[in-house]
Design a protein around this ligand. Structure first.
Ligand SMILES: Nc1ncnc2c1ncn2[C@@H]1O[C@H](COP(=O)(O)OP(=O)(O)OP(=O)(O)O)[C@@H](O)[C@H]1O
Ligand SMILES: [Mg+2]
Length: 356
């Protein structure tokens, strides 16, 4: 049993009180501080009935977040997903609102709509940016009145559903070009959750790699893959356009195809491997195993190794030099000098102005 005041550590940067740690959070693997902030929002919005708009690139975990909100809220109804982009325009209205027998040719029986199926639960309107304008008007009316009128029906039914909408599109941009209603946008955007893409979450690579390796080891009855430091280095620098879904698929692929338990940078697909400053990663890998016959440039290599550690520490601490120095067991002033000398200052540390 956890003590109420026990603090659970999700990696180096953010803590949640045990009380806030619902099992649903465990499914979202992260140690990233921005995700930590999002956890706090999820905890608060889950216990309200507020409408949520989840945005983020494809594969960043929008549906996972929506499911977590639903689970944490503890509502008795179902989680009902609707992919507004995948259902043909002429069917979407009857999918959402249902229809009565004889409402149109082929409607031999009446059918409940997804809003009714989600009564006392959550409806997840995925790809909301693809919803046709005509239907946007009807959704807006539903949001205002909370009543559903099936196609071809006369009786309306009141339902209680939480709305979570998601999109990988820029809704504001769609509003500007007339593809998304402004009034609906504001009605949905009550609690916005914008998920960072994986490229902005380099500090999550290692935990996600480990998570997926263990997951697929179980699924394919094998030992979990272990990634070498240079493979992790390469993965940290890759851009991951498909985000976490892409990372998961890569590790699934390797779990199926790799005979050995160890994965080195060279075992990764060329398009991933070639995007990294290869010289450094392969040199570090080499030196860690054996000093090459033709030797190394000691200063260059040590310098790059230091840069790598410093940048990792800064990224993990959102560029807070005090916290980064602590992570490296250095004095803050030593770290500041190194950053200056090496020209590594890319982002500003808000504490600088107070301390310098
Ligand atoms: N933080 C995470 N920890 C573990 N698994 C994750 C995490 N984020 C995403 N995933 C997994 O990655 C995959 C993609 O996530 P999800 O389907 O939620 O993304 P999405 O943002 O809805 O993508 P799309 O826009 O393409 O629909 C899923 O299998 C999900 O379980
Ligand atoms: Mg999705």
């Amino acid at each position: 049993m956890l003590q109420a005041n026990e603090i659970l550590n999700y990696g180096s940067n953010f803590n949640l009180h045990a009380d806030d740690r619902h099992p649903a959070f465990k499914k979202i693997i992260t140690r990233n501080p921005r995700m930590g902030q999002i956890f706090k929002i999820i905890g608060k919005v889950a216990v309200s009935n507020g409408t949520v708009l989840v945005t983020g690139e494809s594969g960043t975990g929008k549906e996972l977040i929506a499911q977590a909100i639903h689970e944490i809220s503890g509502v008795p109804g179902a989680f009902v997903p609707v992919n507004c982009g995948a259902i043909p325009e002429n069917l979407l209205e009857s999918e959402l609102f249902g229809y009565e027998k004889g409402a149109f040719t082929g409607a031999a029986n009446s059918k409940l709509g997804r809003f009714v199926l989600a009564d006392n639960g959550t409806i997840f309107l995925d790809e909301i940016g693809d919803m046709p304008l005509q239907l946007q008007v009807k959704l807006l009316r539903f949001l205002q009145e909370k009543t559903v009128e099936p196609v071809g029906g006369v009786k309306s039914k009141t339902v209680s559903v939480r709305i979570i909408a998601a999109t990988n599109k820029d809704l504001k941009e769609l509003v500007k070009i007339g593809k998304f209603r402004e009034d609906l946008y504001y009605r949905l955007n009550v609690v916005p959750i914008d998920l960072p893409n994986l490229k902005e979450r380099q500090d999550d690579i290692e935990v996600l790699v480990q998570y997926f390796s263990e997951k697929f080891a179980k699924e394919y009855s094998r030992r979990p893959l272990v990634f070498s430091p240079d493979a992790l280095w390469v993965m940290r620098y890759y851009s991951w356009p498909g985000n976490i879904r892409e990372l998961g698929s890569l590790i699934e692929n390797l779990s199926i195809l790799t005979d050995s338990d160890a994965v080195y940078a060279n075992d990764l697909p060329e398009h991933i491997n070639s995007t990294t400053p290869r010289s450094l990663s392969s040199q570090i890998e080499c030196v860690m195993t054996k000093l090459p016959d033709n030797g190394v440039d000691f200063n260059d290599l040590v310098d790059s190794f230091e840069n790598n550690l410093i940048i990792q520490a800064l990224e993990r601490t959102s560029w807070n030099k005090k916290a980064a120095a602590k992570l490296l067991n250095l004095n803050r002033t030593t770290l500041v000098e190194k950053i200056k000398k090496k020209g590594l200052e890319v982002k500003k540390d808000p504490e600088d102005e107070l301390l310098n």
